[in-house]
Write a protein that binds this ligand. Structure first.
Ligand code: GAR
Length: 218
């Protein structure tokens, strides 16, 4: 059997990205396994999804720790205990400190529901709508010390439609998140990602995409 990359997934919310990764690990199309799921929220849907899939699920409630660093030390200890090789932030709504970053250099990925570097931070689907952007999307990136600033692995572009609401746009972005996050993990598992300054090189390179999205169309 081929080696499977050991993942540690962190999530605060409903866990639909986690579910997409669980499904791809299960059907064998992603050579990875989730060793542990950790949430800072006791009632998060992500913990329930993990339990349903028979994956070890831990709640580490940030409110029980006096500082961000203390919380991060507890999370890092649990991830090391589980022997994980890549940390996958899947809707994890906490900033992470140097304690965490230094424990897993170049081994923490995040997904963000916008085309970074546009619209970092929170409520970004609403911000893209309010700004009047014609396209937005989703980004998987390695995590560095900033807020949504790390080297970008893969992005999906989603057009903003005239009748979009924050909910309808978020749902269409999520569909793309579920496609690109497993792909980014797959490329990492295959040892094909090399961080080169701000750029992530894919080795050997993939053929360039030929489609250009223009919205509205020409
Ligand atoms: C996703 O849209 C993800 O991109 C976003 O939270 C949602 C989690 O959904 N993450 C962030 O905004 C991180 N700053 P999920 O719990 O259904 O995967």
């Amino acid at each position: 059997m081929t080696e499977r990359l050991r993942l540690g997934c962190l999530a605060s919310g409903g866990g639909s990205n986690l579910q997409a990764i669980i499904d791809r690990c299960r059907d064998g199309s992603l050579a990875a396994e989730i060793s542990v799921v950790i949430s800072n929220k006791p009632d998060s849907g992500a913990l329930q999804r993990a339990r349903n899939a028979g994956i070890p699920a831990l709640c580490i409630d940030h409110r029980n720790f006096p500082t961000r660093e203390d919380f991060d030390r507890a999370v890092v200890a649990a991830l090391l205990e589980a022997g994980v090789e890549l940390i996958v932030l899947a809707g994890f709504m906490r900033l992470i400190s140097d304690v965490f970053l230094d424990a897993f250099p170049g081994r923490i990925m995040n997904i963000h529901p916008a085309l970074l570097p546009a619209f970092p931070g929170l409520h970004v689907q609403r911000k893209a709508l309010e700004y009047g952007a014609r396209v937005t999307g989703a980004t998987v990136h390695f995590v560095d010390g900033g807020v949504d600033t790390g080297p970008i692995v893969i992005q999906a572009v989603v057009p903003i439609l005239d009748d979009d609401t924050e909910e309808s746009l978020s749902a269409r972005i999520l569909e793309q998140e579920h496609r690109i996050y497993p792909r980014a993990i797959e490329l990492f598992a295959q040892g094909r990602l090399r961080i080169d300054g701000r750029r992530v090189r894919i080795e050997p390179p993939l053929p360039p995409g030929s489609e250009v999205l223009v919205h509205p169309p020409l």
